[in-house]
Design a protein around this ligand. Sequence first.
Ligand code: SF4
Ligand code: SF4
Length: 366
Amino acid sequence: MYGKTGKLVSAVGFGGMRFDETKSHKENAELVRYANKMGINYFDTAPGYCNDTSEEIFGEAFKDMPGEYYVSTKGMPTTFDTAEKAIEAVKKSINRMGIKKINFYHIWCIRQMEHYNLAMKPGGQYDGLLQCKKEGLIDHIVLSSHQSGNEVLEILDHGKIEGVLLGVNILNFPYRWKGVEKAHSMGYGVVAMNPLSGGAIPQHEEELKFLSEGDETPTEAALRFTIASPQITVALNGFTTKEHIDMACRIADESKPYTNERISQISEKIGSAMNEACTGCGYCDMCPQDIAIPNFMQFYNEKHVFHKSEDNMVEMLRSTYDWGVLAGKKGTAEKCIECGICENECTQHLPIISRLKEISSWDKQI
Ligand code: SF4
Ligand code: SF4
C-alpha cells in the first residue's frame, strides 16, 4: 500500500528514464505493457527523461494497457515557480500521456531547503498542485528529494505531502536510511530510485561480492535490498529489457528482506564512500565550458569508491578517453573556470571543482 493513499502498488516500479532511444515509441511501449502483464502497476516518468520522449512512450503504452495502474510524473519548482505554470505543466503531462489524471505528482528534485520553500511560497507550485487536486487532475502530491535523511524529516514534519521519492540503494543507504525509516513509520509512501547506483554495482561485481548471500550476484543482492525492504513501498527500476523485468519480479516474488544485523554489517563495510559518489543523475550537466561533468564524476568514482591508486587512475583515464565513459566527449577537466554552477546543482553535493582539478593533473601524466 502506498502510505495512506489506499492505492495498492506493486513492490517493483517501472522507472521511465532509461528507454532505448534507438527504438521506436511502439517498441519501448511494448516493454511497458510487458511489465504490466508481469504485475507491475506503478509507472514513473518525468518531462525531459530520454530526450523528453518518456511521457510520450508511456502515453503510447497506456493506449491499450488493460487493468489498473498508477502514473507518476514530476515538475521542478525552479521551472514552474508560479501556480499558473504548475497547472499548465500538469495539463501538459496529462495530454502527452493521454490519461485523465496523474496519480502521484512529484515536486521534483529538491536538493536544498530553498527549493522546497520555493515550491511552498504563496501562489507557487504547491498552490497550483492543490488546485489541480481539486479539479481531479492529480490524486496525490508527493516529492522527490536528494537531501540527507534529516532534511527529508524536516519536510515530512510539515505534513504537506503524501509520499517521497528518494535515491536510496544498498551502497548509499546509511546516508538516507533515517529518512526512509521515519517516513515509513509515519505512514508515508516511500519510493526508491537508483537501485543499482547509476550502474556502478553491475560494473563492479568483483569488488562488491560481499553484498551477496548464497549464489545471488551483487546486482541481484542490490535489487533485493530495495525491492524486499519493508520500509520501501516501491523500488523503481529503469528497465531496458524483458529479462531485467523478469529478474526484478522474481526477486519480488521471493521477497527475502535483509535482517537488521546484515544491514549493519553492510553499512560498516561500505563506510561513507558511497555518500559522496556520483550517481550519474545528470542534473549538473550544464557546464558553460562544455565539460561532460557526469562522465568525469562517474570516472572519479573509481578512485573514491573503489580505492584505485593514482597510477591506476592515469592508466584508466587513457583508455576511458578511447572507449569508456569519456569517449567522444568535448571539454577537458582543465577547462573548468570554477563558476560553481555544477556544484550548486549536484544532487550528491559533490566537490566537482576539486575532483576536476585532480583529473586534470592525471591528464598531464598521459
Ligand atoms: S565549475 Fe567548472 S565544471 Fe562546473 S559548471 Fe563551472 S566551468 Fe563547468
Ligand atoms: S556530479 Fe552530481 S549532479 Fe552530476 S551526475 Fe554526478 S551526482 Fe548527478
